[in-house]
Design a protein around this ligand. Structure first.
Ligand SMILES: NC(=O)c1ccc[n+]([C@@H]2O[C@H](COP(=O)([O-])OP(=O)(O)OC[C@H]3O[C@@H](n4cnc5c(N)ncnc54)[C@H](OP(=O)(O)O)[C@@H]3O)[C@@H](O)[C@H]2O)c1
Length: 269
C-alpha cells in the first residue's frame, strides 16, 4: 500500500527521524517518497545528510501533493505547523503523533471531512522494539488504519484502540521507557552497592528486564503467576519483594502512569 505514496514528515526530531528511518529500513518506502521538514535549517540539513531524504524548512512544499502527512512536532507547535502547510490540491491522510492533540482538533484545523489518525509510538521504535497505538478520527477508515499499521509495524508492535484511551497510552507506553530506565538504574545501584562494577550490574539488569518482558509476552501468563515462580517460600526473592512493598512500589508506579496520562491530556489545551 505504501508503494508510490508520497509521505510528508513535518518535524524531524527524535520521533520524526525514527519513523523516517524505520520506513526506509523496511524497504517499503524509497528515499524519494519522503519529504521531511524541521523548524531550523541546521536540523533540516543534518536530517537530510543522515537519512538521505529531502529535508527542508518548507512545510507547504513538503506537503504539496503528499498522500500522507505525518505530524511529528511538539503539541505546542501543532497549530502553527498545520497553518504553514497551506491548502489546495487533494486532501492527504493526516497522521499525528503529538501527545494530547485530539483528532477533533486536527479535523477543525484541516477541515472537518479530513481523514485523521492519531498514533502514539515510543522511543524503542528506533531499534524495532517499539509499541505504537493507533486511533481513528471520525473520517478515518479501516483502510487508513491498515496503511498506518504498514508504517509502524517495522518499528515494533502495533495496536488499534479507541481515541478515548490515547492519553492513558501516552502515560503508559510512550512515557514508560523513561520509567523503566529509572527502574533499571535503581536495580543496578543495588548491584553496585553489593560490589558489582556499574557496567556489569547494568548489563545484568537490562538483560533480566528483557527476559522478564518476553516471558510476559510469550507465555501470556499473568505477571503475578510468573512472580510466584521466582519466589521460594522463606527465600531471598520474597524477602526482596517485601522490602519493595514497604516502599509502596506498586502504587508509586501506577500513580506515575496515572499522572503522566493526566498531564498528556492537558498538553493539547
Ligand atoms: N519523544 C518521545 O518519546 C515521544 C513518544 C511518542 C510521541 N511523541 C510525540 O512526538 C512529537 C515529537 O516529539 P520529539 O520527541 O520527536 O520532539 P523533538 O525531538 O523536539 O522534535 C521536534 C521536531 O519538530 C521540528 N519543528 C518544530 N516546529 C516546527 C514547524 N513549525 N515546522 C516543522 N518542523 C518543526 C523541530 O525542528 P528543529 O529541530 O529545527 O527545532 C524538530 O525537528 C511530540 O508531539 C510528542 O508528543 C514523542
Amino acid at each position: 500500500m505504501l508503494a508510490n505514496k508520497h509521505i510528508a514528515i513535518i518535524g524531524s526530531g527524535t520521533m520524526g527521524r525514527t519513523i523516517a528511518s524505520g520506513l526506509l529500513k523496511s524497504g517499503r518506502v524509497k528515499p524519494k517518497q519522503i519529504r521531511a521538514t524541521a523548524r531550523t535549517k541546521a536540523s533540516a540539513e543534518k536530517v537530510a545528510a543522515e537519512l538521505s531524504v529531502t529535508c527542508t524548512t518548507a512545510n507547504a512544499e513538503a506537503a504539496a501533493g503528499a498522500d500522507l502527512v505525518i505530524l511529528c512536532v511538539k503539541p505546542k507547535d501543532i497549530a502553527k505547523a498545520v497553518e504553514s502547510l497551506g491548502r489546495g490540491g487533494r486532501r492527504p491522510l493526516v497522521l499525528s503523533i503529538a501527545a494530547g492533540i485530539s483528532t477533533g482538533f486536527l479535523e477543525s484545523l484541516f477541515g472537518d471531512d479530513t481523514a485523521v489518525l492519531r498514533a502514539m509510538p515510543n522511543t524503542p521504535c528506533l531499534i524495532g522494539k517499539g509499541m505504537t497505538v493507533l486511533a481513528k478520527g471520525s473520517h478515518a477508515t479501516d483502510a487508513h488504519i491498515a496503511l498506518a499499521t504498514e508504517i509502524f509495524a517495522p518499528l515494533g508492535r502495533v495496536l488499534e484502540l479507541e481515541e478515548k484511551h490515547m492519553d492513558t497510552v501516552t502515560g503508559l507506553s510512550a512515557s514508560g521507557p523513561a520509567f523503566v530506565y529509572i527502574i533499571i538504574e535503581a536495580l543496578a545501584d543495588g548491584g553496585v552497592m553489593r560490589g558489582l562494577p556499574r557496567s556489569v550490574a547494568t548489563t545484568l539488569v537490562a538483560q533480566m528486564t528483557l527476559g522478564a518482558a518476553e516471558m510476559v509476552l510469550t507465555t501470556g501468563r499473568h505477571p503475578a503467576a510468573l512472580k510466584d515462580d521466582v519466589t521460594t517460600p522463606a527465600g531471598c526473592t520474597i524477602a526482596g519483594i517485601l522490602a519493595l512493598e514497604d516502599g509502596r512500589i506498586r502504587s508509586v508506579l501506577a500513580r506515575g502512569v496515572e499522572t503522566a496520562a493526566r498531564v498528556a491530556g492537558e498538553l493539547g489545551k
